[in-house]
Write a protein that binds this ligand. Structure first.
Ligand code: GTP
Ligand code: MG
Length: 567
């Protein structure tokens, strides 16, 4: 990500705000989803290419491998606030050196503890007892989700305060509005929003740990399987509290990655076959769902949704509070996760704008936490990418261009669909675009206020509008399965509302000013700039502003006609 800073020219007024903004970018980078960021002020210099700044950058698969390995050496422990912290940590370190630990609260306190080696985990588990409940029988499935019992307890408030709980959820909206309204520019507001919303390092570790715990259940059937997070948990656009999309990866077993010996004798596994690949996926997810439900400690509300286009199992992981969606054989989703991650790494403005637009859409109820006839976060992200490709000069390249830069090792065809794109970020040259976040935000709203949704399709492969191939209200071409429409679910009313809110927001930025108003000392700041756009707009307000805009136009026309009359 450090690479991307080079092309990002911050628009700032005055040296004080420059320093403040740089500090925020620095903090932001350090909270990023696990990339090793070398963020130095000097790296914000202009006119460098991605290749000049590639040091320290890690492709997604490298980030994932590191995180998975850490998760496999970790345990999740529920404890009581009266548990003495020092005794607790001392007891843990008896099993081996602890690399990292942190605490969080979710209906009670929890500790995530990462040991230096897996042997320490094995040693801790060996010493753990099995609950004896008089009236109930327990399923004797041992996992790395543990509870502390009978450890030296203390009621001293001083010791209880020693636990510094990491947040799991985003800050409440009213607090967010106040924090944003204290900033000095819209650029700074958008950077702060991203900093407050994006997943923390701890949250990212916990997500990988939950996948690793679920893998232990699935491993009862498939010992070589892995369970990986995908979607916003790892693509760089995840907001605190977002769902946890996970995929059961059986590629190590299915033969997809194995080489057949060319000569000599060899043995082959005898395996059962099913009527189709989809049927295999459904059968596997069905038994894993049953195991998660019966044996998965902390996993509740398990639902099998196996008839969906992409079969999945939904459940809640109670200790973390994560809403989990488990799929299998979904390599296309892994590719789109990798693509979004790459785009987010190319220029920091991509993430700032995506976070801001996603937050705006959520606060205006354009997107919702459940699926329906409204725009999804994934569609919205693709819309932002398309808009950034359409800037002049463009901020990010088209997918076709990324495919053209790909090397032989990047070649990837899934079910006949070309999913090839470059993985080496240093091969990507960006154009020199100097637009500020404020300009981009305003232009985003103007762009979609006037976009011809009726006739045109959004296409990030070409970076150009294409003729709409079907009469749905909205058409966003699926980047890899190009015959599919990502926004097929969106109905006309939802699209109309989105366009009206884009017009409304462009109008607010134009008419309500983009400069911070003076505040009376100590008073709660009034929302302004970007914060103003997050205040939910009622439909009646949109209508009345529409009318006002119409009146503005009528007024202009009247003045023009009058001036013609009098000339
Ligand atoms: P949030 O969960 O809302 O934070 O965003 P998300 O990006 O994780 O979206 P979601 O959980 O709905 O989907 C998870 C991932 O599945 C996305 O990031 C995409 O990679 C993929 N995905 C979701 N919807 C579609 C779709 O309509 N088409 C394609 N090709 N992929 C999708
Ligand atoms: Mg998701």
């Amino acid at each position: 990500m450090a690479s991307t800073l080079a092309v990002f020219r911050l628009h700032m007024k005055g040296r004080g705000s420059l320093v403040k903004c740089l500090r925020k970018v620095h903090t932001f980078l350090h909270r990023s989803i696990g990339t090793n960021v070398a963020a130095h002020g000097e790296e914000l210099r202009k006119d460098k290419t991605v290749s000049e700044e590639k040091r320290g950058w890690k492709p997604l698969h490298a980030v994932e491998a590191e995180r998975q390995e850490q998760a496999d050496r970790s345990v999740l422990i529920s404890f009581q606030t009266r548990t003495d912290k020092q005794t607790f940590l001392k007891y843990l370190s008896k099993h081996g050196p602890v690399n990292k630990y942190f605490f969080y609260e979710n209906n009670g306190p929890y500790a995530v503890v990462e040991f230096e080696s897996r042997e320490s985990v094995a040693s801790l588990l060996k010493g753990a007892a099995i609950t004896s409940i008089n009236d109930e029988s327990v399923v004797p499935f041992k996992s790395r989700l543990l509870s502390v019992k009978g450890l030296g307890s203390s009621n001293s408030p001083k010791q209880q305060k020693g636990y510094n709980y990491q947040p799991l959820n985003p800050i409440p909206m009213n607090e967010l509005l106040q924090r944003l309204s204290r900033e000095n520019s819209i650029d700074q507001q958008m950077i702060l929003l991203t900093d407050l919303h994006q997943l923390t390092d701890e949250n990212s570790r916990l997500r990988y740990l939950v996948c690793s715990l679920v893998k232990d259940v699935a491993a009862a059937y498939f010992p070589e399987c892995t369970i990986k997070p995908f979607g916003s948990s790892v693509n760089g656009f995840g907001k605190m509290g977002c769902d946890l999309d996970m995929i059961l990866d059986l590629d190590g077993i299915t033969g997809r990655n194995t080489m057949m010996p060319r000569s000599g004798l060899f043995f082959e596994y005898q395996m059962k076959s099913a009527s189709s690949e989809r049927a295999v996926t459904q059968n596997i997810l069905s038994v894993i769902a049953a195991s998660v439900e019966q044996f998965g400690a902390g996993c509740v509300a398990v639902q099998k949704i196996l008839k969906a286009r992409c079969p999945l199992v939904k459940f809640t992981h109670q200790p973390s509070g994560f809403q989990c969606d488990l799929t299998a054989n979904n390599r296309m989703a892994l590719k789109s996760t990798e693509l979004l991650y790459l785009y987010g790494e190319l220029d920091p403005r991509v993430r700032f704008l995506v976070f801001s637009v996603r937050c705006w859409a959520r606060s205006q109820s354009i997107t919702k936490s459940v699926s329906g006839t409204w725009i999804t976060n994934f569609s919205l992200t693709v819309m932002v990418l398309f808009f950034l490709q359409k800037r002049n000069p463009s901020i990010i390249p088209t997918l076709d261009h990324l495919r053209d830069l790909a090397g032989p090792a990047d070649k990837n065809v899934i079910e006949g669909n070309d999913c090839t794109f470059v993985s080496d970020i240093s091969k990507i040259q960006l154009q020199s675009n100097t637009e500020t976040l404020e300009q981009l935000l305003r232009e985003f709203f103007l762009f979609y206020s006037t976009f011809s949704f009726m006739n045109e399709s959004i296409n990030i492969r070409k970076g150009k509008e294409q003729n709409k191939p079907e009469p749905t209200p909205m058409h966003i071409q699926n980047p890899f399965e190009t015959s599919l429409n990502v926004s097929k679910n969106v109905n006309a009313a939802q699209l109309e509302r989105f366009v009206a809110l884009c017009q409304e927001s462009a109008w607010l930025l134009e008419h309500k000013g983009t400069l911070k108003p003076e505040h009376v000392g100590g008073s709660i700041p009034q929302p302004w700039g970007f914060a103003n756009l997050l205040v939910p707009t009622r439909n009646a307000q949109i209508m009345s502003r529409k009318k006002r805009r119409q009146e503005d136009h009528n007024g202009i026309i009247k003045v023009l006609l009058d001036s013609l009359k009098h000339s």
